[in-house]
Design a protein around this ligand. Sequence first.
Ligand code: ADP
Ligand code: GLC
Length: 486
Amino acid sequence: MNILFAVSEATPFAKTGGLADVAGALPIALAERGHRVHLFLPLYREIKEQQPKLTETASITISLGAEEVVGSIVSLPSEHPNLRISLVRQDDFFDRPFLYGPAGKEYLDNGIRFIFFCRAVLEAVTALDLKIDIYHTHDWQTALIPVYLKTLYKDLPRYRGGSLFTIHNLGYQGIQDKKLMPMTGLDWQEFTFERLEFFDRLNLLKGGLVYADALSTVSQAYSREIERPEFGFGLESVLQLRRDDLYGILNGVDYKEWNPADDPLISNHFRLGRMAGKKLCKKKLATAFNLPHEERLPLIGMVSRLVPQKGFDLILPLLKKAVEFTAQFIFLGTGDPEIEKGLTTLARQYPSQVAFIQGYDNRLAHLIEAGADIFLMPSHYEPCGLNQMYSLRYGTVPLVRAVGGLDDSITSFNLENGSGNGFKFSAYTTAALEQTLKEALQLYQNPRLWRKLRQNGMRNDFSWSQSAIKYEELYRKVDFRNKEHG
Ligand code: ADP
Ligand code: GLC
């Protein structure tokens, strides 16, 4: 099949979170299965800096309200013959220091930037003479593409392909002032409760939910959770209406990037049965975070965007009594200034037990996966979550809340039969987290059981090839229905 994959971030080019990991790996997994994949990304400043040689392949002009905005399509060399990478260049919109805005803030014109991106991708289909069977788009930034396919482009024979819209995070909806409606080029009749309107504002994500031929989320559990008000962020009724078209496919892991046996970002490698390197990584990790190295003390790590989603309102109160835990804690992340402040204060208060590095650092993220004993993810909600799966491969035991993809990928260790790959709690309370942490610390005292638990996780296989097959099945379903009706 010919698949167009439009997304706002992808490794190794530009990344703020797990969406980039997915968009970096899934197109390659699909290309390896013989599909022709056209990946589209905005040409951000950081990509320009990494890629000195860019080849312009087409010029495009988009009407945004009364204004005509000119941009171009630039192509990048790709590591797979079936994968073609195209970047949308519009320097006023994308040649900026951040993808979406400085930490914890958004650029005020993000709505316009991504309206432009969606239109540009669709115009590129004509400019590059592509024949697309499936348009696979992701999150609010590319949610207008399925809307345009059913409106502005619906009578154009070139645009007969079906659409799949994947929800990676319902907490970000790209809600705009309704005065942006004319910029979209859509008729005001689209601005209704059933379509793009949301409390008198323009909700771009909702457009994708309403118009795409099929919807997916990044775990089965999340696909069910979002029908409930607790997780639906006001869109639960829209999702209930689309229940029959909503699928859950768990993300995979790119084991070329995340493998302790040959990870170029760590200097001591290890694998099942040869774990000495992990001890050395633990030592390096403690040093990197300026903590005293205590070989016997469990080291608990977390790498995360610092946002309420990730459960910091449980962690911060818990760590106020850090001395009660025979463990050390390490945090890496950026985001919400309040959370940054909370972690900084704790690190000052407990300098030998708690450490926080504020920032985004891929090398340190790999070192935490490799050197920590336990990885913490007490998320309030988690569409999939990737770090728990990376942790498993690095022999770092995940301690998670039973929600979304965390619930689908982690099973509690069973003392009786030795099954399970982590620790899991349900109630969103500090007490439940504390209880589970205490159980984990207790089990850590039993090296034989701990080894068993770690081995179980290291044996798990979440490679992309399995998830790619599920996407392929879903594309075929959409394509079949689309051709039947078209
Ligand atoms: P989300 O997409 O909600 O942020 P995921 O668990 O799916 O959560 O993916 C997060 C990804 O971003 C992981 O690859 C993680 O290592 C990476 N990441 C998050 N914060 C940082 C950071 N401060 N430094 C380096 N990598 C980070
Ligand atoms: C989102 C979610 C995360 C998921 C990622 C990739 O950012 O918060 O749970 O793993 O997308 O799908």
